[in-house]
Design a protein around this ligand. Structure first.
Ligand SMILES: Cc1ncc(COP(=O)(O)O)c(C=O)c1O
Length: 405
């Protein structure tokens, strides 16, 4: 079949594929525990629902401007003032169908074929594929010190004349690492000096633990004019548990937003009016659901850490935020895809192989499920891998006998 070279080079989203497999097994009545998910289980804020329903009740749901409804842009402007202490104009804002589309359209607006985009590894699965979709080349960099915290030198080392952009995601999917204020200051300054676009993917910036405060990248920018190459991404999906609403946004200089709007206008048009109004409700409404989600996630992180630390063969770094934990299981199997398939097959626990995020030997375990999911999920994994566990395990009425160790 004569498919395009770019089309053929794009792999399926590992996380979406995993969700599908887990859903199929669950529908068949299998006792699946899903530690692979990337979405909170809490409900969308009531203000979001009321706002969306009022539009639906009117029966008049129309096209929206390609860069988003004025009401949503105003809510994003207010959000930017509150969290970034920065006043921007509606022309500096685009609302997209998810932060995913905001990043994609930004990359399409700046990356030429062959140009390189650097991002620290492990990295969110879509960055590499999005860069490929632009004909560009993704350059993942693992921190040289073996940690999940990049240093400026790690990035500076791989900059070439082809480097067009750097993407920073902190706190990070999949590690939960929140990069230091010093690193953010350095990378903002570095990119400004070298005239490299800097995409700050702040989608998890409020879901942080142990008394941390969100970091404001603008604080370190010297150039806050319309020449600034700083692009800030955020969205409703994670903080408001509104993944299915598909609303994200970008804040950047006016010319870039104009080009992104032109691209988005031909790609999908403006996001759905219903879900844009839901996002307006969420952004302008009561914020208690965000704090309650954050506290639940911190508690879940603590439980996950307790369980994993009691697991001899597993090495784990304490996540600073998000709802992921990226644990080193290489003692049991260096091939993370084989290990994830094995765990799904033997004990019906879904996890995401580290290789999908650019680091082999690790599994991404999600903490957005219930405490019971976390404790039982880790218990099943331990039983499957640890030769000192008893030979039998009950999952409900089902008795499993371990015949592989
Ligand atoms: C790091 C990161 N950026 C962006 C996104 C996309 O979010 P959205 O659902 O708003 O498209 C995700 C979703 O998993 C993510 O983990």
């Amino acid at each position: 079949m004569s498919l395009s070279l770019i089309g053929k080079s794009i792999s399926a989203s590992a996380t979406l594929k995993l969700n599908e497999t887990a859903a199929i097994l669950k529908a068949k009545g299998e006792p699946i525990i899903h530690l692979g998910g990337g979405e909170p289980k809490s409900k969308a804020p009531l203000d979001a629902i009321i706002s969306a329903v009022s539009l639906l009740n009117s029966g008049e749901v129309r096209y929206t401007p390609a860069d988003g409804l004025p009401a949503l842009k105003q809510a994003i402007i207010r959000y930017t003032e509150e969290f970034y202490n920065r006043k921007v104009s509606p022309l500096n804002v685009i609302a997209s169908s998810g932060a995913k589309q905001a990043i994609m359209v930004a990359l399409q607006a700046i990356v030429n074929p062959q140009e390189e985009v650097i991002f620290p590894a492990p990295y969110w699965v879509s960055y590499s594929e999005m860069v490929k979709l632009c004909g560009g080349v993704g350059v993942p960099v693992l921190p040289e010190d073996g940690s999940f915290y990049p240093a400026l030198d790690d990035i500076a080392r791989v900059v070439t004349s082809y480097t067009k952009a750097v993407i920073i995601n902190s706190p990070n999917n999949p590690t939960g690492a929140m990069y230091s204020e010093q690193f953010i200051a350095e990378i903002v300054e570095f990119c400004e000096k070298r005239s490299i676009w800097l995409i700050m993917d702040d989608i998890y910036h409020r879901l942080i633990f142990d008394g941390r405060r969100p970091i404001n990248c603008y604080k370190y920018a010297k150039d806050l004019t319309e020449n600034s190459k700083l692009i800030v991404i955020n969205g409703a999906s994670k903080q408001y548990a509104m993944t299915g609403f598909r609303i994200g946004w970008a804040v950047a200089n006016k010319r870039l937003i104009e080009v992104m709007t032109n691209i988005q206008g031909h790609q999908t048009s403006g996001p759905s009016a219903v879900t844009q109004l839901a996002a307006v409700g969420a952004l302008n409404g009561l914020q208690s659901s965000v704090e309650s989600l954050r506290m639940t996630l911190e508690n879940n992180r603590n439980i996950m850490m307790d369980r994993l630390q009691a697991f001899d063969g597993v090495k784990v770094t304490k996540p600073d935020g998000t709802f992921y934990c990226f644990a080193d299981f290489s003692h049991y199997n260096k091939n993370s895809t084989k290990l994830a398939n094995f765990l799904l097959d033997k004990v019906r626990v879904a996890t995401v192989p580290g290789i999908e995020f650019g680091l082999e030997g690790y599994l991404r375990l999600s903490t957005c499920g219930s405490v019971k999911d976390i404790t039982e999920g880790i218990e099943r994994i331990k039983w499957a891998l640890d030769p000192n566990s008893p030979n039998e395990l009950y999952i409900g009425q089902r008795k499993l006998v371990r015949d592989w160790l």
